[in-house]
Design a protein around this ligand. Structure first.
Ligand SMILES: [Zn+2]
Length: 192
């Protein structure tokens, strides 16, 4: 949220939209960044500046400000979000040594968050994504969901992007569409 250590511009404006969407779904789950102190994605861990990148194995890791620390306010679900219908909350980025943009797996694709198991147990095949950030966590979650065989829709105006580089949002939308994700607005969804 804006004002947080890794605030995404305009993210406060998506809460009301998400609250309008929630009652339309049979199942609602949340995924949150849940980092231990000294996490590999924090610039401070490496004595480097935010926005610099380092190589971890073959993975290029962007370094972020300390954010979403376990059991702190920064890791809580956003103020004002309707949480009554949220059946399960999945944590990601819990391994100090591996980052996780995707809601399904860490960046090494070793550790699962449990989201895929939950969806399979409930025989759910269709996923609608909302939240932050379009060009990181939404993008990688959507690509994993498509690889896992889910039907995926992104409700774009219920998401916000970081746009670290100019055009990141549009590039991420193209990449998601290219792999088979549907993109729509909340208004389009709600009128059906
Ligand atoms: Zn993170």
């Amino acid at each position: 949220m804006p004002g947080g250590s890794l605030g995404v511009s305009g993210a406060n404006f998506i809460i009301a939209t998400i609250n309008q969407l929630i009652p339309k779904f049979d199942h609602v789950v949340a995924v949150r960044d849940w980092h231990p102190p000294g996490h590999v994605s924090f610039a401070s861990t490496h004595g480097k500046r935010t926005g610099e990148t380092i190589k971890i194995g073959s993975v290029e890791q962007i370094l972020w400000p300390d954010h979403c620390l376990q059991d702190t306010r920064g890791a809580q679900l956003a103020d004002g979000l309707q949480t009554e219908k949220i059946e399960a909350v999945f944590n990601k980025g819990t391994d100090p040594l591996v980052d996780s943009y995707s809601a399904f797996f860490d960046s090494n694709h070793h550790r699962s968050t449990g989201l895929d198991d939950f969806l399979r147990e409930h025989k759910l095949k269709e996923i609608y994504f909302v939240g932050v950030a379009t060009d990181y966590c939404i993008l990688y979650s959507v690509l994993d969901a498509l690889k896992l065989g889910y039907h995926v829709t992104v409700i774009l105006d219920a998401c916000r992007a970081i746009n670290r580089r100019l055009g990141d949002e549009n590039r991420s939308i193209d990449a998601m569409k290219d792999k088979g994700a549907k993109i729509m607005t909340a208004e389009e969804f709600l009128k059906d």
